[in-house]
Design a protein around this ligand. Structure first.
Ligand SMILES: Nc1ncnc2c1ncn2[C@@H]1O[C@H](COP(=O)(O)OP(=O)(O)OP(=O)(O)O)[C@@H](O)[C@H]1O
Ligand SMILES: Nc1nc2c(c(=O)[nH]1)N=C(CO)CN2
Length: 232
């Protein structure tokens, strides 16, 4: 996805959460100091079924679906559960707030990690990104991209993993470890997950695909307002 398509939805997210765009841009510019250009062809998943792993409690029961996929893009702590179960991770997507040691381990092993900068994680960028093997770090932003920091769409770690897989040519996306109605989530986290759900709905429409994780939910999920058809 190009930033022109993402930007109206990004504006809606900023407005809903009260985030400052300038803060996201400052974070992006901090990350730029630590990362190198990353060749996205390294994540080429053309023709592949990609498992997009979220960090919900269902993940432990869905490991086989991840194992059977051609590639696995894992959000945040989902990477830990997968690695513990012996499932290879092809890319980890993180905003560095939970398990930077896993990101470091993966980059040391040559596995790409998409490290995200936003207005609320600047200290984590300074602390952790310089400790990673930078050749294996893809710097990302939700604001306007500035090389080498990229933006292929998405907001939470999990939906960014899906947008990245889409950008890299995935033929099919399979979602494991996604629990939209997880009652254990704090209100702020639940609100982020509602956005993740809207963004996945947008992605499936764009891709002309049906994500099973949205079955039974579509009637209650609005597309983000800026990309909602006028007659809906
Ligand atoms: N029930 C769930 N609990 C947590 N994450 C879930 C769940 N279902 C799906 N996910 C996806 O897995 C990802 C796990 O990442 P993580 O818990 O670190 O969240 P995050 O995006 O960094 O948000 P936060 O800033 O709230 O930590 C989420 O971003 C979300 O997209
Ligand atoms: N400014 C800002 N941006 C975000 C935040 C956040 O807490 N603040 N959390 C996210 C979830 O991964 C993604 N983006």
């Amino acid at each position: 996805m190009h930033f022109d398509e993402w930007e109206p939805v990004y504006r809606a997210i900023l407005a809903d959460f009260g985030y400052e765009r300038a803060a996201d841009e400052r974070a992006r510019d901090v990350l730029r100091e630590y990362v190198e250009p990353f060749d996205l062809d390294r994540l080429d998943v053309s023709g592949d079924t990609v498992a997009v792993a979220g960090a919900g409690p269902s993940l432990t029961g869905e490991l086989d679906a991840a194992r059977d996929a051609d590639a696995v893009f894992a959000a945040s702590t989902a990477a830990d559960d997968l690695l513990d179960a012996g499932v290879d991770v092809d890319c980890m997507v993180t905003d560095l707030d939970k398990n930077p040691e896993t990101a470091r381990l993966l980059t040391d092993r040559g596995v790409p990690v998409a490290a995200h900068a936003h207005g609320d994680n600047v200290p984590a960028i300074h602390e952790h990104v310089p400790t990673f093997e930078t050749a294996n770090v893809l710097g990302t932003t939700q604001a306007e991209p500035r090389p080498p920091v990229e933006n292929v769409g998405g907001f939470t770690d999990g939906d960014r993993a899906a947008f990245l897989a889409d950008h890299c040519g995935a033929a099919r996306l399979r979602f494991v470890g996604w629990d939209f109605d997880d009652p254990t989530l704090a209100q702020s986290k639940a609100k982020k997950l509602r956005w993740a759900e809207r963004l996945l709905r947008w992605l499936e429409v764009r891709r002309d695909e049906r994500f099973a994780v949205l079955d039974g939910r579509r009637d209650a999920v609005d597309l983000p307002e800026p990309v909602r058809p006028e007659d809906s």
